[in-house]
Design a protein around this ligand. Structure first.
Ligand SMILES: [Ca+2]
Ligand SMILES: [Ca+2]
Ligand SMILES: [Ca+2]
Ligand SMILES: [Ca+2]
Length: 270
């Protein structure tokens, strides 16, 4: 072609070029579906591999959108880069697109879910010491409430083993509150736990114990006639030391007088 000539053989076909996009989002419930209230993620790198093997990259905008334009028909591969800290993909990280003539493909969408969690145990604290000892098992059916950083709440109920978990949590300040334990029990630990969750953290220390407190007592007397029966009138003896050995072998409670029951005892074999 000479300068000033007219090129009549090249047909660039601009009207037939297509595009590929268009969205990277925070898949809050981790189901891979773009639900109402789930928002886009900005600043995520997306790479397009052209039919000839060359690549181009772009970054999602403030709304989580992106687009590659000016694409001829052919086979493309779209690959999403890393998500924000503490997230995991809920969709495939790649999309193989066979782009038609002039097609605007908008289904190359990628979701990331926050991977933080808070749990995980409600148990029968037999000796009431607030510690998960050997032989102390979980309690099922107790409600645990999670308060999110924005003040909204969610509840869950323990499984048969007393375990529970709130999942798909972004980092932030949470409060975990345990509901009532089984009838006749009292908490042996604080009933709330304020958790500062970092992105992607698995927090398993929101544990709550319930204990079934009882008492043992209550009388030492002068058995004047030696028959082992309290038929001797009002003859209680003061100042006698009584030692209790707890199921775990400790002896935390001594009582130095009669008619002074030892209270606050967990159920167990004394
Ligand atoms: Ca979703
Ligand atoms: Ca889309
Ligand atoms: Ca215990
Ligand atoms: Ca735990």
């Amino acid at each position: 072609m000479t300068a000033g000539g007219t090129n009549t053989t090249s047909d660039f076909g601009f009207t037939n070029l297509g595009s590929i996009g268009d969205y990277v989002w925070l898949d809050a419930n981790g189901d891979g579906v773009q639900d109402a209230g789930e928002t886009g993620i900005s600043g995520i790198t997306v790479t397009l591999t052209y039919p000839d093997g060359t690549t181009a990259t772009t970054t999602t905008d403030a709304n989580g959108n992106y687009v590659f334009t000016g694409l001829a028909p052919g086979d493309y591969v779209v690959t999403v880069g890393s998500g924000p800290a503490g997230t995991a993909l809920t969709t495939s990280g790649t999309d193989n697109v066979t782009l038609g003539v002039g097609e605007d493909y908008v289904a190359a969408d990628f979701g990331f879910v926050p991977t933080g969690s808070i749990g995980d145990f409600v148990w029968n604290d037999l000796n009431g010491d607030g510690v998960q000892d050997a032989g102390e098992t979980g309690i099922s059916g107790v409600t645990v409430t999670l308060t999110y950083p924005d003040g909204t709440t969610a509840t869950t109920t323990k499984d048969a083993n007393g375990n529970y978990s709130f999942d798909n949590l972004p980092g932030g300040n949470y409060t975990v509150t345990v509901g009532s334990g089984p009838a006749g029990t009292n908490p042996s630990t604080p009933t709330t736990d304020n958790v500062v969750l970092t992105a992607g953290q698995t927090y398993t220390d929101a544990d709550f114990g319930f204990t079934n407190l009882g008492s043992i007592g209550d009388y030492v007397w002068l058995d004047a006639n030696g028959d082992g029966i309290q038929n001797d009138g009002n003859t209680g003896i003061n100042g006698v030391t009584v030692t209790l050995t707890l199921p775990n072998g400790t002896t935390p409670n001594n009582r130095n007088c009669a008619n002074n029951p030892i209270t606050g005892l967990p159920v167990g074999r004394i």
